[in-house]
Design a protein around this ligand. Structure first.
Ligand code: OXD
Ligand code: MN
Length: 611
């Protein structure tokens, strides 16, 4: 029996070289089996990393608490190592590959001593789909193995698809906590080993490689997700003429039984999972989920953009998820899940802020400390970026076609941010170029999904600020080029999806949200659906096409016409400020900003000045 299940020479050589460098005590090739998943879980339980939840409450599920210094994606430690600084552009941290490779080699030398090196062959997207891509992640973390099992398709079927000479994205990940130090001394393991002082999340788009060191958390460590499916894939997509986007995909069916597929880009922790699994409040409408975080979009043989969800699971933000806000997510989480940095209830279940209106009387919070609901000074019991990992297939509203290798035809694209002021509830782009402009100027208040100042407003173009693997101005140009390929021009959308901007988060003078959100968002989606067929009412304004207040169906909703007007209002002073801010932002993106987007800005400026 050979000790490796492939005869792919380049893969074998890379694994051998990685093992020589990292010096693990053992190598395990992942086969994707349930037995392997259970072994990874048991390894975590034995190490004190995970605890099993009460099987009567959450069968086959575990809770993991991370090191408090390792709780989110670390954007300031994330690097695009393109051959030139220009390649990474002004929105990415750049590291010169010539300089960073020796540094990484030093860090990785001996970094897996005393641990198992796992080789995880995975497919992003259904195995064998023309849209899917294969990656292999090397890691020393059983937490990564278990999460990759849920988030991607892992195992021998992937190696078969790869054959003897298929191409794959190479990812090497280490938590950076060897059990034998450089001077040969053994050291004790800890429940969540990591090396927060030396974190590097490095991407080499030219050679399609990822090297991640020092963090075991989420997108820093599960390399299939942000590192492969967005940063490396976006660069690859540009070369090959497709799009790798930070978007959910949903199927929306009208009461007459007509279906449309909508892709929607929102920054991290702005409700993509809730929107993708929404329970519509309008009678007869149905939402089904294709994906909740990433979409790969390619032209099909019919000339239309077809999308797949390259993932196989959900890695969602737990706080705020409840039977009220997202019943489909709650049902998805009933079994076979990994919970990270949630609180533990006394009967062996998980809890997080917002799960129930009242917290339990006593909890063990995410650092493992006692937590009492009557302690006036207590902190949150679950970390604000606590996550669940759940298999997509067990979501009650997953669409039958969610893993169709051909993907689904995309009818509309939404761009959304979290903005308290001036950005209207919904707008429609006048044409593809204007749509790209609306995506390019997206902005949002920062959330806990990445380390940094929560609430600070930042530009997050197409929700890709932390995920675009190359120069953002070239990325905009690629979007414009895709439109041209899809037959869109100033007058027609050709085969391209219509583009909309949405903002569920506008607040009134009293600081309260004006729009109820959640299942009520169907009212906006209904308008979007109808606009795709040129059916609903629309008015031209200075900043885009906007529904007159009466055009959004508010039947049965307790909302005044005054509030609807406020939600859709274009306030001239705020928009004059917004135009200045966009000008300043474009100036930071350098001379390669595409001319058509500069023209869009000039037109916007002229229209807003005329208000
Ligand atoms: C995520 C993120 O985990 O965007 O999806 O941070
Ligand atoms: Mn995301």
């Amino acid at each position: 029996m050979p000790d490796h299940p492939t005869d792919h020479a380049a893969l074998l050589q890379w694994v051998r070289e990685s093992a020589d460098l990292c010096q693990p005590s053992d190598i395990h090739w992942c086969d994707g089996s349930d037995a392997e998943y259970q072994t990874a879980v048991q390894t975590m339980v034995d190490a004190g990393t995970a605890r099993r939840l009460n099987p009567d409450k959450r069968p086959n599920s575990i809770l993991v608490w991370s090191d408090p210094a390792d709780v989110a994606r670390v954007e300031d430690r994330t690097f695009i190592c393109s051959t030139t600084r220009r390649g990474a552009g002004p929105t990415n941290n750049w590291a010169d590959p010539e300089e960073i490779r020796p540094l990484l080699t030093d860090l990785f030398r001996g970094c897996m001593r005393g641990r198992t090196l796992y080789v995880i062959p995975y497919s992003m997207g259904p195995i064998g789909s023309p849209i899917s891509r294969i990656g292999v992640e090397i890691t020393d973390s059983p937490y990564v193995v278990a999460n990759m099992h849920l988030m991607t398709r892992v195992g021998n079927a992937v190696l078969e698809e790869l054959g003897g000479d298929g191409t794959f994205v190479r990812g090497v990940h280490s938590i950076g906590y060897p059990l034998v130090t450089d001077d040969g001394k053994r050291r004790e393991d800890v429940p969540w080993p990591c090396d927060p002082a030396n974190r590097y999340i490095c991407h080499f788009p030219a050679t399609r490689e990822i090297m991640s060191y020092g963090s075991g958390y989420g997108g820093n460590a599960l390399l299939g997700k942000k590192c492969h499916a967005l940063r490396i894939a976006s660069a690859q997509a540009r070369e090959e003429g497709w799009l790798a986007e930070h978007m959910l995909i949903m199927k929306l069916t009208s009461p007459e039984g007509r279906a449309k597929y909508i892709a929607a880009a929102f920054p991290s922790a702005c409700g993509k999972t809730n929107l993708a699994m929404m329970k519509p409040t309008l009678p007869g409408w149905k939402v089904e989920t294709i994906g909740d975080d990433i979409a790969w979009l390619k032209f099909g043989s019919d000339g239309r953009l077809r999308g797949i969800n390259p993932e196989a699971g959900f890695f969602g933000v737990a706080p705020g998820t409840s039977w009220e806000s997202n019943p489909n997510a709650m049902a998805t989480l009933e079994k076979n899940c990994i919970f990270t940095n949630s609180a533990l209830t006394d009967d062996g279940d998980v809890w997080w802020e917002g799960m129930t209106p009242e917290p339990p009387k006593h909890l063990t919070e995410w650092h493992g400390q006692d937590w009492f609901d009557d302690d006036l000074h207590h902190e949150v019991a679950a970390h604000a970026n606590a996550r669940f990992t759940a298999p997509a297939a067990q979501c009650p509203c997953i669409a039958d076609e969610w893993d169709d290798p051909e993907g689904v035809p995309i009818d509309a694209i939404l761009f959304g941010g979290r903005r308290a002021t001036h950005v209207p509830l919904v707008r429609e782009a006048r044409n593809w170029t204007h749509g790209v402009f609306l995506g390019a100027v997206m902005s949002s208040e920062k959330t806990a999904a990445a380390s940094g100042n929560v609430g600070e407003v930042r530009r997050d173009p197409m929700a890709m600020l932390p995920f675009c693997g190359y120069h953002i101005a070239d990325y905009f140009q690629h979007w414009l080029d895709m439109g041209r390929r899809g037959g869109a021009d100033e007058r027609t959308w050709g085969n391209m999806p219509r583009v909309f901007s949405v903002n569920w988060f506008r607040r009134g003078a009293d600081g309260q949200f004006l729009w109820p959100g959640f299942g009520e968002n169907i009212r906006v989606l209904k308008w979007v659906f109808e606009r795709c067929d040129d059916e609903a009412e629309v008015g031209d304004t200075a900043v885009a096409l906007i529904p007159p207040p009466g055009a959004i169906d508010t039947a049965g909703l307790d909302i005044s016409q005054e509030t609807m007007r406020e939600l859709l209002a274009i306030a001239p002073p705020a928009w004059k400020r917004a135009v200045r801010s966009i000008e300043a932002y474009f100036a930071t993106l350098g001379p390669q900003m595409p001319e058509p987007l500069r023209e869009e800005l000039e037109q916007l400026k002229a229209r807003v000045d005329a208000l």
